[in-house]
Write a protein that binds this ligand. Structure first.
Ligand code: ATP
Ligand code: MG
Length: 400
């Protein structure tokens, strides 16, 4: 399967946080294995796994693309591009010699880690053996244990030995799919995609819900949400985006209810619909991008009055983050530029001049009872339009 290159390299994956999950370990590793296999299905790779590590054989020409895919797979703590040899002294020495001939360095350090205790030499002794080998086969090179130009790591494991120089940070978290499904309330804003990213990072599967109010909101606003779903789907398989026609409810609220309570009531309606969609599509929790104190509807008093309509847990990953922090993550996950495209959202088209900051539950209930919302909610749930957004890299820019 190798692509002509002289040296055998693999991507050596370390699990990180998985290691704390004793009883679930195999389940986590198998899920990660399947996720990696799915994501790399277009490439010629062999994936090997055991309880301590995983490694991927690949074709050299695909390395950079595979790295960019790996960087979005949760459950990977760190990874290395490693040379792989049999775990015996001769093979290790031969490979090390072959590699250092291709490297330019003046100082180095060897770090041997022997997890195969059957290997007859201790880590410490083998450090010296390999250090001596490097010194004998180079000129003007010295050992520097504190600040070496080249750090050579040699991991001796039972089946294979890995030699590597670099370490890359993976996406961290738990493998997607190790938790059940959450329903993400996904608007076109900055916060909710970041909330979705964090939910996926904990291993959750996600469906997304978008409330639209055509003709008050445009089809471009919807396409923006599709683009955001696409970015999130890169971290999972695909995302089912449920588009809710919110127009009739939105209009009834503004026709019937006290202006300063419109947002509170609108959000109570959103929560009611999200809860029903949770049941319909087998989500266990709602996830959203609310952040404490950000706007009138996100004071603790508001959150309490809004949350009162459901007993489904609502997870708010960015609740206690500053906007600046949320924006940094949005840039990192590449959703920021889409989020700031200025299209109206159903929350923004009907904003009252002075939304209530400390709403009272009795008032909200009294106001919303001025129209038959149960029927409208049923209708909104029954007429949901579900779009399957896949994780292929191609852009949705043509939609914007
Ligand atoms: P911004 O980044 O500008 O704050 P936002 O999406 O966070 O945008 P908010 O008004 O703060 O908008 O709404 C709080 C949360 O409610 C959102 O993060 C999102 O989870 C949910 N939400 C708001 N509007 C919608 C909508 N039209 N469709 C789906 N979810 C929405
Ligand atoms: Mg917000």
């Amino acid at each position: 399967m190798r692509g002509g290159d002289t040296m055998d390299r693999v991507i050596l994956i370390k699990y990180g946080e998985l290691t704390t999950k004793k009883s679930n370990r195999n389940y986590f590793i198998n899920t990660l294995y399947n996720n990696i296999k799915n994501k790399l299905s277009d490439y010629n790779v062999n994936i090997h796994k055991d309880r301590a590590k995983m490694y991927i054989e690949f074709e050299d020409k695909d390395l950079e693309t595979i790295k960019s895919i790996i960087n979005k797979i949760f459950g990977i703590h760190t990874y290395h591009i490693a040379y792989i040899v049999e775990s015996n002294d001769k093979s290790i020495q031969e490979k090390l010699l072959e590699i250092i001939k291709t490297k330019e360095f003046k100082t180095f350090k060897i770090e041997v880690k022997r997890s195969d205790k059957k290997f007859p030499i201790t880590s410490q002794e083998y450090n010296h053996v390999l250090g001596g080998l490097v010194l004998r086969n180079t000129s003007n090179v010295t050992v520097d244990v504190h600040n070496p130009e080249l750090k050579i790591k040699v991991e001796i494991r039972e089946d294979k030995t890995f030699i590597y120089f670099d370490s890359y940070n993976g996406a961290g978290g738990y493998p997607t799919g190790t938790q059940s499904k959450g329903m993400l309330m996904l608007s076109g804003g900055i916060d909710s995609p970041v909330a979705g990213y964090y939910a996926l990072k904990r291993g959750m599967k996600l469906d997304a819900i978008y409330f639209e109010a055509i003709p008050h909101t445009s089809i471009e606003a919807r396409n923006k949400v599709i683009s955001l779903s696409k970015k999130l789907a890169l971290y999972t398989d695909y995302i089912n985006l449920h588009v809710v026609n919110f127009t009739p409810i939105q209009e009834e609220i503004y026709k019937n209810c006290r202006e300063d309570y419109c947002i509170t009531i609108m959000r109570r309606m959103m929560y009611r619909i999200a809860s029903k969609l949770c049941e319909k599509y087998k989500g266990l929790v709602i996830v959203n991008g609310e952040s404490v104190g950000q706007v009138a509807s996100q004071t603790l008093t508001s959150m309490r009055v809004i949350n009162e309509v459901t007993n489904i847990p609502v997870i708010r990953p960015v609740a206690c983050m500053d906007k600046i922090e949320i924006m940094d993550v949005a840039r990192k996950i590449d959703t920021y530029d889409i989020s700031i495209i200025p299209f109206e959202d159903c929350c923004t088209v009907f904003v009252p001049k002075h939304p209530v900051i400390n709403p009272k539950l009795e008032v909200a209930i009294k106001e919303e009872n001025k129209f038959d919302y149960e029927k409208l909610i049923e209708e909104a749930v029954n007429t949901v339009n579900t779009i399957k957004v896949d994780n292929k890299e191609q852009e949705y820019s043509d939609l914007l």
